[in-house]
Design a protein around this ligand. Structure first.
Ligand code: C2E
Ligand code: CA
Ligand code: CA
Length: 511
């Protein structure tokens, strides 16, 4: 039986014949053909030799192309995005067109793989790759990176501003959030996205855009699942998270090591503290204070998010009760709710009981619902629960507004009281005209819909003053205070009151 020419044999052949030096052997090959086979052999060799070289060469090009593609999704790899970005940026002075770079990561693939197997998550990635491709325009370049990441270079465009990129990212997220039907299972996945726009890019090169999009993605992933972040040079990028033993996290929750810290919310009109957002912190005996991004995913995998909610509310409501007793006049506490908690049919009953237990009326509790939860919900239970909570008197805040693409109809359907404008719109709003325009548009819409507004992540006094001037009702962020331990809240409030008494114009709306 004849042995097939194996791939290494072919490779050896190519190495031998597709080199410039091989031209030196051509006369010998043709002479040998004439010597052994006569004229006929010479003619056949003359015709077939170029065809053979051509076939080998094109096969070689084919395998080179295959090496430049991802084996799973068939997408090109990182160099394709770098090359596209560089090409467009080189031309931008000539044709006035620019680009932007996005990086998308499908989250929680480890957990999905543990539940459904690696073959299923491979299929999920293939479907995800197609969905991203379908969301983009024909000439945008989509590449597959390591892990579950994808990078995108936008084909030349006139505008690649923050608003356009947020909208595009929301469309990609929505496409990836659709259920994946694989081998009779229905699987849900989420994605975080980081992007880099031309005005914020650290340098005008493909590598700089890609690195910046990656830094923004890291920032988005730290902010919880399903986040979108724009690159900004002054953002602090935290190191990659440490992963904890699941038992350790579960124990910490039960042993009272996970507690809320409180971040003040103040009125831009009067400077008064109107509320406190409860933000979970793990006070680790050895590793110090740990941020929620590092342990929430683990609690989610363990199915303990509802338990976390109970723990946080217990502390938050008891803190509010003691602030009342100390005469601090803080109107409310805000608590973050996940979609799972909001889908609990017993939620209203449970919260009413918890409020009663601390003798607090329901208007003392602000329910924070993420914008992407209300944008993505198509069942009835979450809107029904939220309307019922509103009916008993709780207040509804729409968190991370501007990142989740909720329609105005949905904002109405969920009886939202206040929108919390995401930090990506606030950063540099005092010096960045584009940010101001976006904020003005959001604030006008909110006013028309009679919604209150709170700006989150207000880091500087300049941003604070600009927000007051634009008519945003409340601010929260490092410029007011970082989240505080419960034990420090009372002192901080006392100092803050003194500050607004001493300088009555601080925090007041201009004019
Ligand atoms: P979030 O609800 O959007 O909370 C705001 C986050 O921004 C907090 O991060 C807060 O510390 C941070 N922050 C506040 N002001 C500034 C600022 O001026 N600049 C910057 N750069 N950041 C600021 P944190 O505490 O790490 O929480 C991250 C996310 O984790 C929260 O985002 C929320 O989605 C989630 N989370 C926190 N606590 C809970 C909880 O008890 N339950 C649930 N379900 N989620 C929680
Ligand atoms: Ca929140
Ligand atoms: Ca938020």
């Amino acid at each position: 039986m004849r042995q097939r020419l194996t791939t290494p044999d072919l490779a050896t052949f190519r190495r031998l014949f597709l080199r410039p030096q091989s031209v030196a052997f051509l006369p010998a090959i043709f002479l040998a053909a004439f010597w052994f086979g006569g004229e006929a052999a010479l003619i056949v060799t003359t015709v077939l030799f170029p065809a053979a070289v051509y076939a080998l060469a094109s096969d070689n090009a084919g395998s080179r192309a295959a090496a430049n593609k991802d084996g799973l999704t068939g997408l090109p790899l990182r160099p394709a995005v770098l090359e596209a970005l560089d090409r467009i940026l080189d031309m931008r002075d000539t044709n006035g067109r620019t680009t932007a770079c996005l990086m998308v990561e499908i989250e929680n693939i480890g957990a999905l793989s543990a539940s459904y197997g690696a073959e299923t998550t491979d299929k999920l990635q293939q479907i995800a790759a197609r969905r991203i491709g379908d969301t983009m325009r024909e000439h945008d370049v989509v590449a597959k990176l390591d892990g579950t990441r994808f990078a995108i270079a936008l084909a030349p465009v006139r505008r690649a501003d923050l608003e356009t990129l947020i909208q595009l990212s929301s469309r990609i997220q929505a496409a990836l959030a659709e259920p994946y039907s694989i081998d009779s299972a229905k699987i849900y996945a989420s994605a975080s996205i980081g992007f880099c726009t031309p005005t914020r890019a650290p340098a005008q090169s493909g590598a700089a855009y890609l690195d910046a999009a990656e830094a923004a993605l890291l920032d988005a992933s730290h902010n919880g699942p399903g986040s979108i972040r724009a690159y900004s040079a002054d953002r602090i990028h935290r190191p990659l998270e440490h992963s904890f033993d699941p038992d350790e996290v579960a124990m910490a929750l039960e042993n009272g090591h996970i507690v809320p810290w409180f971040q003040p919310q103040v009125s831009t009109d009067t400077g008064e503290v109107t509320g406190m957002e409860a933000l979970a912190r793990w006070e680790h005996p050895e590793n110090g204070v740990i941020a929620p991004a590092k342990f929430l995913p683990m609690l989610e995998e363990l199915g303990l998010l509802e338990r976390l909610g109970e723990v946080i509310r217990f502390h938050a409501l008891s803190a509010l009760q003691s602030w009342d007793k100390n005469g601090m006049r803080i109107k409310s506490v805000s608590v973050n709710f996940t979609a799972t908690e909001l889908a609990n049919p017993k939620l209203v009953e449970k919260l009413s009981w918890e409020l009663d237990r601390f003798e607090l009326s329901p208007d003392r509790l602000e329910i924070e619902v993420l914008e992407n939860v209300i944008a993505a919900t198509d069942d009835d239970i979450i809107p029904r629960n939220i309307r019922a909570l509103k009916a008993i008197g709780c207040r509804i805040d729409l968190d991370d507004y501007g990142t989740g693409h909720a329609s105005i109809a949905n904002i109405r359907r969920f009886s939202v009281d206040r929108i919390k404008i995401d930090r990506s719109y606030i950063t540099r709003c005092d010096i960045d005209r584009e940010q101001q325009d976006m904020l003005a548009a959001i604030l006008t819409m909110a006013e028309r819909l009679e919604l209150e507004t709170l700006a989150e992540g207000v880091e500087t006094l300049g941003e604070h003053a600009m927000l007051a001037q634009l008519g945003c009702g409340y601010v929260q962020g490092f410029s007011v205070s970082r989240p505080l331990r419960e034990a420090h809240v009372q002192d901080w409030v006392a100092q803050h009151l003194k500050k607004i008494e001493d300088a009555p114009r601080i925090g007041r709306r201009a004019g």
